[in-house]
Design a protein around this ligand. Structure first.
Ligand code: ARG
Length: 401
């Protein structure tokens, strides 16, 4: 693997255009920062009784905000804030493990090269021996007049989407725009397979991003096979093992960490019932149904449903066979309700968005389907900023999702 251990850097040649300029830091009036800081520090001290004297810490923070417009978290405040941001993520079914989040404090890393290297280190560090550990790497926060770094990719590992002349797409259609944007920025493209890993795009300040290839040994992937259908393996399907979301902002007490990539492990349906199945992603249900010999001429043969089940059997089987951490939607739904109960016992609201918590297949066969939840926007949290959403899909008008 020696050849893979070196990052290849590609500085893009194009002059910056307005779209590629670093986003402006919103000028938050210090009073708002102080109010948010105070809310967070109260929470931090309430849940961490050994953390010292709240009044003194607030005085320090008030002074730093007056001097600089923002303030600096202690490492204890940062670690707890990142964990609570996960706890407060109403769309995540996997929150039972929120206390176990590993926090890599990389607030001293200020160059684009340094950020890219630490992203690669994150990938290696999050899955030692194929056992995945929930991990976040935190890069410098935004400060008035001095924005922190930006990671343009939606996740550290994603597959390119190449639009072809006949209107079809090779690869992941979700990233056709992002792929085209990277090529404009100087990426020469991958080999052209349906699973070409995109380079990282990292910017610091204004100007185009630094593009860098992720070394192969940092990209853990699983080739898909089916326990009973030998032809399945011949389809050449695969997926990456670690989902590292890299375009969301970690917001803690009025501070924005715009570059703070984080990962858990996959739930099988994310791959088998969405990434590989959605009509606007890899759209594999028709192909698999045909290979299964199902009647695709009528909706009522339930060929989509049956193809979906076999695709998801293959995903779970393949990850298990490869020894890579993955959960299934039945187990995770049960765990989520345990988490909910624990949170309620601790006297906290557990915000949850039904439309995201309920799995995309066999919904009513899981216990999370049969009830409603309270949803609230609590802080700390992981939030989307419009410019990051737009960059990650290679256009200006992305909506949510
Ligand atoms: N659904 C997203 C994907 O396919 C990943 C979201 C985060 N998932 C997780 N298990 N932590 O890639």
């Amino acid at each position: 693997m020696g050849g893979f251990s070196v990052l290849t850097w590609r500085r893009s040649r194009r002059a910056p255009d307005p779209f590629h300029e670093a986003p402006k830091v919103p000028e938050v009036p210090p009073a708002d920062v102080m109010a948010a800081a105070e809310d967070y520090l109260r929470l931090f001290h309430a849940e961490n009784p050994g953390a010292g004297v709240l009044r003194e810490r607030l005085r320090e923070i008030r002074q730093e905000i007056a001097d600089t417009g923002t303030y600096t978290h202690t490492s204890g405040e940062l670690v707890f804030g990142a964990r609570v941001a996960w706890r407060n993520s109403g769309r995540c079914i996997g929150r039972l493990y929120w206390r176990s989040l590993r926090v890599r404090d990389r607030r001293h890393v200020t160059t684009a090269e340094g950020v890219a290297v630490e992203c690669v280190n994150h990938l290696r560090d999050a899955a030692p021996g194929r056992r995945i550990r929930p991990t976040i790497t935190v890069f410098p926060q935004d400060r008035p007049g001095a924005p922190g770094p930006r990671i343009w990719n939606e996740q550290l590992i994603r597959y390119a989407g190449y639009a072809t002349a006949d209107g079809s797409v090779v690869g992941d259609p979700r990233y056709v725009g992002f792929t085209a944007m990277l090529r404009e920025l100087g990426w020469s493209g991958g080999p052209g397979s349906p699973f070409d890993v995109l380079p990282l795009a990292v910017s610091v300040g204004s100007g185009p991003p630094l593009l860098s290839t992720i070394p192969g040994d940092a990209v853990l992937e699983v080739a898909l096979s089916h326990p009973r259908h030998p032809w399945f393996e011949q389809l050449g399907l695969r997926w990456h093992a670690v989902p590292v979301i890299s375009n969301m902002c970690l917001e803690i007490g009025g501070v924005c960490y715009r570059a703070a990539p984080f990962n858990g492990w996959y739930m099988g349906t994310e791959i088998g019932a969405r990434n590989l199945a959605d009509a606007d992603r890899y759209d594999l249900m028709p192909l698999i149904a045909r290979r299964l010999g199902l009647n695709t001429g009528t909706d009522r043969s339930l060929w989509r449903d049956r193809a979906l089940v076999e695709l998801n059997v293959a995903v779970l089987h393949s990850f298990e066979r490869a020894g890579v951490t993955m959960t299934d939607h039945h187990t995770e739904a049960r765990h989520f309700l345990i988490h909910l109960e624990r949170e309620e016992r601790a006297g906290r609201v557990c915000p949850a968005d039904w439309t995201w918590i309920v799995p995309p297949m066999s919904a009513s066969a899981t216990p999370v389907f049969h009830r409603y939840y309270e949803d609230r926007r609590l802080s700390p949290n992981f939030v989307h900023h419009a410019d990051s959403l737009e960059r990650a899909l290679g256009h200006r008008t992305a909506t949510g999702g």
